[in-house]
Design a protein around this ligand. Sequence first.
Ligand SMILES: [Fe+2]
Length: 173
Amino acid sequence: MAKLFIPAKNETVTDFKTIQSTLKSHGIMIDKWEANTKLADDADQVTILKAYEHELKPFMTKYGFETADVINVTPKTENLKAIREKFMKEHRHSDDEIRFFVDGEGIFWFHLDNDEVLAVTCQAGDFMSVPRNFRHWFDLHPNYFVKAIRIFSNIEGWVPHYTDSGVDQKYNP
Ligand SMILES: [Fe+2]
């Protein structure tokens, strides 16, 4: 279940509707998806995509996305430290960054236009779309485990353009 942390108020919000409306006011989409079957921990990509096809297909058709795949990061992933360091630096992308969390968790940090920062912890069942050009970073701390569906048309759109604002360093553990 998603959690929203507002550092400026030292406040944590767990009510999903409140999280959804707060994020919506900044142009960020969060939603919940449900699998149509129970997935085993070692379910392969095809099985995972099939379990969410009833959610994926209408979304991809509506917004014109062509591809979905599954990424799996665990504490055993090679180069985990380097991967995490890249995620944790504030950046933007030229396309939306869309993730559905099948298992594990991750935190999206958003640097808002008014320079405030919001952190959204996404867990199993959470669907998140980071709008193109939105300043953000991502962390895997503290469990370093995330299994997520990525939805995209063109991997070029994911190239991170680092902002070097230094804002991330004020918040990263
Ligand atoms: Fe990103």
